[in-house]
Design a protein around this ligand. Structure first.
Ligand SMILES: [Cu+2]
Length: 444
């Protein structure tokens, strides 16, 4: 993680003290304000749709330097439209989405639409295209083909710019879903001077929910609640104690609803929960580097929900696809410290693997290192065929999949989006230190 030591300029007091008395004023006749009840945490505010016509949404975002509070720690960082998380962008499935980015940062930047199958020129990955220069604007446009919980962030100087505050949620709604109460929670690790730099221990300094310190509360007035979660931390894993009723993952509603005993969100991961009563989401220590997990469970957020019955989610019930037994592309993950490799290569000196447009291909990812790595592919979602030879119990579609130590996963890719797509570990220090490559999907 890019250390924010130099950026942490002040700490908020734990309790706001009353303003000092004005010596010219009479003594107060009412008691001083005591600690107010903690305000509930709401979903991040949404951006205004500038194109109210059906079938399209249009947003304008400005990336600018700004000071924001990460769990009460003031950070001199970057923000979209002056807020962290950035404003939630919304579309309905099938909408044409237009987002004009104005860059007033001192650095080039881009927006990458994490998990969305956008045209390659709209992907915001700059390994061949120029980023958006300081003072410049760029208009992204694409069709929101799948409903789900996605997010947006720069893909230029990614580790640093995301850490500084450039991230927000992108929600694609399916109008046929049950119209239940919604809550959107963007998780991050606290920007802190004592976070272990470059390691997997980003959770050591605590978590934030929509930039508020963990341990707060949220509320919905009708049940059940549909809670969308995204883990935007550079390197922290959010392991939530179950049972949790998981209705969706990276790519919208799951094929089957599962009561998970433990829900682990790796960096970049999303999940959707259905809460049928007041629930405290509790983080448990989780080791991703081979050692024992240490520490005590801590509350992330309590969501107050009236007791209610489940909604009628239109889950498909689809079974997993059969593994065809061949392998088209193999990625071997290796490394340690600050050197991380795919197939023995360090970005940008990599061999581009190639698949023909329209192919159904199997990608095998083998993790030979002593650390977990969330594998992320741009431009496509993939189906999980197996994890260490075991198929999932129902069809599982992801775009970010944690590959644990010594684990092998097999993924089915329908290569339907032409381009030269980045494939990388979403622990951003690992990506920065080399664990990235390119998968080309080629026409003709
Ligand atoms: Cu990694």
């Amino acid at each position: 993680m890019m250390p924010l030591l130099a950026l942490v300029i002040a700490c908020r007091p734990a309790v706001e003290s009353a303003a000092p008395a004005d010596p010219a004023s009479p003594a107060p006749t009412t008691p001083p304000v005591t600690t107010p009840p903690e305000a509930p945490i709401g979903s991040p505010s949404s951006a205004e749709d500038l194109d109210p016509a059906d079938g399209s949404v249009s947003y304008a975002l400005t990336a600018a330097p700004g000071t924001w509070a990460s769990g009460g720690v003031l950070v001199d960082g970057y923000a979209y439209d002056g807020q962290v998380p950035g404003p939630t962008l919304r579309a309905r499935v099938g909408d044409t989405v237009t987002v004009t980015l104005t860059n007033t940062l001192p650095d080039p930047t881009t927006i990458h639409w994490h998990g969305v199958s956008v045209p390659w020129a709209m992907d915001g990955a700059t390994w061949m295209d120029d980023p958006v220069a300081p003072g410049a604007t760029f208009t992204y446009t694409f069709v929101a083909e799948r409903a789900g919980t996605f997010w947006y962030h720069p893909h230029f100087d990614t580790e640093r710019q995301v850490d500084l505050g450039l991230y927000g949620m992108f929600v694609v709604e399916d109008p046929t879903d049950p119209p239940v109460a919604a809550l959107e929670l963007v998780l991050d690790t606290v920007a802190s001077a004592d976070a272990p730099a470059g390691g997997h221990g980003g959770a050591a300094s605590g978590w934030t929910v929509n930039s508020a310190a963990q341990g707060g509360r949220a509320e919905v007035t009708t049940g059940p609640a549909r809670v969308r979660l995204v883990n935007t931390s550079n390197d922290g894993y959010a392991a939530l104690v179950g049972p949790l009723r998981v209705i969706g993952a990276d790519q919208g509603l799951a094929a089957a609803i599962v009561e998970e005993p433990l829900l682990v969100l790796a960096p970049g991961d999303r999940a959707e929960l259905e809460l049928l009563a007041t629930t405290t989401l509790t983080l448990t220590p989780y080791s991703v580097d081979g050692g024992a997990a240490w520490g005590e469970p801590t509350p992330l957020i309590t969501v107050e929900v009236p007791s209610s019955e489940p909604a009628a989610w239109a889950v498909s019930g689809a079974a997993p696809s059969l593994d065809p037994g061949l392998t088209d592309v193999t990625y071997t993950l290796q490394g340690s410290g600050d050197v991380w490799l795919i197939n023995g290569e360090i970005w940008p000196d990599v061999t581009i693997e190639r698949l023909p447009l329209g192919a159904s291909a199997v990608i095998e990812v083998r993790n030979l290192s002593a650390a977990n790595h969330p594998f992320h592919l741009h431009g496509h979602a993939f189906e999980v065929l197996s994890v260490d030879g075991v198929a999932p119990t129902s069809r599982r579609i992801e775009d970010t999949l944690d590959v644990a130590i010594r684990q092998t996963v097999r993924l089915l890719l329908v290569a339907d989006n032409p381009g030269e797509w980045m494939a990388h570990c979403h622990i951003l220090p690992h990506a920065h230190d080399g664990m990235m490559t390119v998968l080309a999907i080629e026409e003709g």
